[in-house]
Design a protein around this ligand. Structure first.
Ligand SMILES: NC(=O)c1ccc[n+]([C@@H]2O[C@H](COP(=O)([O-])OP(=O)(O)OC[C@H]3O[C@@H](n4cnc5c(N)ncnc54)[C@H](OP(=O)(O)O)[C@@H]3O)[C@@H](O)[C@H]2O)c1
Length: 229
């Protein structure tokens, strides 16, 4: 049966290429985005895919739950969840506002957890699930936690969420949770000096989501290889 994918922040950057990659591979894709009109406009660039725009802001829990409930009622349960959306505040320790810290934690940690809570029962029922959290080398202890504070600590917390959920699901057959670092990618967030294209940034996520056997679980993955937390 055709598998269904939900991608947050699917309207641009790496998220858009993740949507395109799964659509090309024959999956049904729900493209989560804040602005439905923008989603419908960019969707036109995906030729022949089974893609549906789902209006969803990640700013509050009930809004996420309501949007997901409406979407799954129409398009069915989610087999692959990609928590891709991200916000980058570049302020340092002395300047960062608690509003920016909250918003990084909401988008990178709380919204992914809310979505995981919503999709897990269906995944358990169907005996299949892939959860992919888009992290960053800036959230890696092994790489020195060098990013700006709100971004770095929230991506580190997202990695902690990945490992924690993977541990809890250890007994569950065929549901995996992994973090991905896309590398430095040319997007609105990554800027124009970045060496990787959005399609290259999306590659590991689509690869992980479409793997049938021997899927990693509870790992941090970059360029299809495990890296240290
Ligand atoms: N680019 C890089 O070099 C790089 C490196 C490491 C990790 N990453 C990670 O990769 C992911 C994608 O990054 P990108 O470079 O593609 O970024 P991007 O082009 O800036 O896109 C960010 C996406 O997140 C969405 N978003 C932000 N806040 C949201 C909210 N409150 N509710 C719903 N959607 C929200 C944006 O929606 P709107 O269009 O509505 O704003 C947009 O679709 C992020 O998690 C990022 O941290 C990127």
């Amino acid at each position: 049966m055709t598998k269904t994918v939900f991608v947050t922040g699917g309207n641009r950057g790496i998220g858009f290429e993740i949507v395109r990659g799964f659509a090309k591979a024959g999956y049904k894709v729900m493209m989560g985005c804040r602005d439905e009109d923008e989603g419908n406009e960019v969707k036109e660039d995906i030729v022949g895919g089974d893609v549906h725009v789902i209006e969803m802001s990640l700013s509050n829990e009930q809004g996420i739950i309501d949007a997901l409930t409406r979407a799954t009622a129409v398009y069915g349960g989610i087999d692959i969840l990609v928590n891709n959306a991200g916000v980058l505040c570049r302020d340092g320790v002395e300047d960062v506002s608690m509003g920016d810290v909250s918003s990084a934690l909401q988008v990178h940690v709380q919204a992914p957890l809310t979505l995981i809570q919503q999709v897990l029962p269906g995944m358990k029922e169907r005996g299949f699930g892939r959860i992919i959290n888009m992290s960053s080398g800036w959230g890696a202890f092994a790489e020195g936690m060098e990013g700006p504070v709100a971004y770095a600590i929230s991506k580190a917390a997202l990695n902690a969420l990945t490992l924690n959920v993977a541990n809890e699901l250890e007994e569950e057959s065929n549901i995996t949770v992994n973090s991905v670092c896309p590398g430095w990618v040319h997007t609105r967030m990554g800027g124009t000096d970045a060496p990787k294209s959005p399609e290259e940034g999306a590659d590991t996520v689509v690869w992980l989501g479409t793997l049938e056997d021997e899927t990693p679980n509870g790992k941090f993955v970059r360029e299809r290889k495990e890296i240290d937390w």
